[in-house]
Design a protein around this ligand. Sequence first.
Ligand code: C5P
Length: 403
Amino acid sequence: MSRRVVLGVCGGIAAYKAVEVCRLLVESGMHVAPVLTEGATHFVGPLTFSALASEPARTTLLGAPEPVPHTTLGQSADLVIVAPATAKLLGKYAAGISDDLLTATLLATRAPVLLAPAMHTEMWEHPAVRANVETLLARGVHLVGPDAGPLAGGDVGVGRLADPARIVDAALGLVGGGSGPLTGRRVLVTSGGTREAIDPVRYIGNRSSGKMGDAVAAAAARRGAEVVLVTTTSRPTREGIEVVRVESAQEMADVVLDRFDRSDAVVMAAAVADFRPKTAAPTKIKKGGGVPEILLEPTPDILAMLGERKAAGQMLVGFAAETGNLRANAAAKLTAKRLDLIVANDVTEPGSGFEVDTNRATLLDSAGGVDELPLMSKAALAEVVVDRIEGGLAARDGGGAGP
Ligand code: C5P
């Protein structure tokens, strides 16, 4: 049976991000009951949550479907999340004040509670808020975020709502999540850009941030897969993902090839260098020695090697960052590397390149299917890619073909 989660939403500008939290929770197999404070309804309409959640959004103690809603919701929940949690909510919860459905639910529940605070830095740092947070933590309440970054009104500082995917990961950790449609599957994902040493301080690199691969790894883990992330980045990853850090294409090749036979699907989202210096200087190259000539040689094409070794039940997903002729180039790579799916994007398009949080991709599969996707967040694109993996692996089990 799916876990029951009450998603409380308070009145703050970050309330719009709670919509994504709601969607990701549902996608992870949770039964989500949204509860909006009166303040929240000024920022986002209850209808938005009702459309995405497992049951209609509640906004008041009165008029709810059950006779005693102020206790029923909290009693039947496996987890209560509040995102965003405002300073007011923290204060009321710490003081035991219950004057609306959300605070009543928080007092009535014995389930774990996860708060994702969001507010301006000054408020977050105020001694009263600090004391309330300390009180709640001492009572066993869990906290995710807040993060540092841009805040409403042009401010920058600590107080930003944690990333929705991180909130959902924390939630899954609390309800013993991790079981889903990919349970029992092993998925290997690569992310980031490789660094090819010129000397001990310099390297040839690229602009890949690793965000896309990290999002794919998190999405697969949320659906229950056993995930290995082979990455050049050092960003924090979701609990439960095995992270192997590498630098160069060769190191990445060694790890990926070693683990390939044990993987049901491999997603090569990393930007692997195509060339590396033939030899790396053992000491720093000095300016005084004149302009150096750096001779390059090809790196191993990891994906092509995996394509050669691929067994019938395995799925291979590649990425193609192009600067023109998107479909033709991606289709050629799909065939040459024996891939099941390729995610192609034109990195010169606005919102579609490196270091941004969005992507506009075209998916090409080995059955000849072409899916031109609209501009979407990398997290949403990761879900689409993992949908295809889920479908592809299930089809292989059932003797079907293609992703
Ligand atoms: O041929 P191209 O480098 O554009 O192919 C991109 C895809 O191949 C990506 O999925 C990338 O991770 C993978 N690749 C690889 N090894 C390389 C170069 C690229 O696995 N040496």
